[in-house]
Design a protein around this ligand. Structure first.
Ligand code: NAP
Length: 311
């Protein structure tokens, strides 16, 4: 595509989680007509959460998918444009920046990166082979399939407990397997999980192998203190062992920290003027819907001021 003034966007946003959708809302209200590429996970990780109870304004909680929908409608109402496409490359060496999808090239004066993070894998035998056949990283998406079945949850953080509690709606039992004997999750979730009669815990234990031919049938467990192995019969395993930022595209162009998160400053600026990063791709500390949304809004405000200063 010819790169003339006509086809250069003012703002392109990569990612459709709370950060991207909030950036789209703010950029749209600044009349920049932002173009947002959703990526494969529309709504981001938040959309896979069963219920969000800590986003202000929803005292009874709100479904993750429902909240993503509301964010999207809000941004669309003010003129944000959405492409349900995946960006395969970015060229940040000169402005306007080039954004490439499978079939097309786009140019933009500013770029807001909100590509989020993806769930970590356990990397044990059987995991890859049995994804979708008992191995899952999303209770909201797959919980229904485990009605009246036994499931295990791996992890000791907020996600493991929150999603474990959600799974008790369907499963007959939920066994939480944690590698230490102390949970990382917040006090309220710990209390709820410990009080739930369907939930039990296996401490100081890791999953060594996921067993089953066509579907998960059992887990081979290893006690990390005694070194002893045991078997746990389950129909499903839900894995919540943290996240990795989706920043591979920027490895050679932007400054990343040692864990791969994009380095930005308090104004969401990256090391390249006109390129901003917000949400979990740049935040390993808070990772909340509200903090990501706030970062997205801040990035759009900065992009607006940057463009105004140029005019
Ligand atoms: P997290 O807090 O990083 O917890 C990951 C858990 O997985 C930890 O318990 C960790 O064990 C365990 N783990 C990591 N690698 C493992 C491995 N290879 N094998 C076995 N266990 C492993 O991740 P998260 O629970 O997804 O939460 C991410 C962020 O989102 C947090 O900031 C959290 O507060 C937030 N969040 C908030 C809510 C809420 O507010 N309701 C809900 C969900 C998530 P160790 O404890 O031993 O490190």
């Amino acid at each position: 595509m010819e790169n003339n003034e006509k086809n250069v966007e003012k703002v392109i946003i990569l990612g459709s989680g709370p950060a991207g959708l909030s950036a789209a809302l703010y950029a749209a209200r600044a009349e920049l007509s932002p173009l947002l590429f959703t990526g494969t996970e529309v709504g981001g990780q938040a959309a896979t959460t069963s219920i969000i109870e800590n986003y202000p304004g929803f005292p009874d909680g709100v479904g993750g998918n429902q909240l993503a929908d509301l964010f999207t409608k809000n941004a669309e109402k003010f003129g944000a444009r959405f492409e349900y496409d995946v960006v395969t490359a970015v060229d940040l060496t000169k402005r306007p920046f080039k954004v490439t999808t499978y079939g097309k090239e786009y140019y933009t004066k500013t770029l807001i990166i909100t590509t989020g993070a993806s769930p970590n894998k356990l990397n044990v035998a059987g995991e890859k082979e049995l994804i979708g056949r008992g191995v899952s990283y999303c209770a909201t998406c797959d919980g229904w399939f485990f009605r009246d079945k036994k499931v295990a949850v791996v992890g000791g953080g907020d996600s493991a407990l929150e999603e474990g509690l959600f799974l008790t709606r369907y499963a007959t039992s939920v066994t939480i397997i944690h590698r230490r004997n102390e949970l990382r999750a917040g006090a309220l979730l710990q209390k709820r999980a410990k009080e739930n009669p369907k939930i039990s815990f296996i401490w100081d234990t890791v999953v060594d192998e996921i067993e089953g031919q066509d579907a998960v049938t059992a887990l081979k467990l290893k006690n990390v203190k005694t070194g002893e192995f045991s078997q746990l019969e389950v129909d499903g395993i839900f894995i919540f062992v943290g996240h990795n930022p989706n920043t591979e595209l920027f490895r050679n162009s932007l400054e990343l920290d040692e864990k791969g998160y994009i380095r930005n400053d308090e104004r969401m600026r990256t090391n390249i003027p006109g390129v901003y990063a917000a949400g979990e791709a740049a935040d390993s500390h808070y990772r909340q819907v509200i903090t990501s949304a706030g970062m997205g809004a801040a990035a759009a405000i900065e992009a607006t001021r940057f463009l105004e200063a140029e005019e």
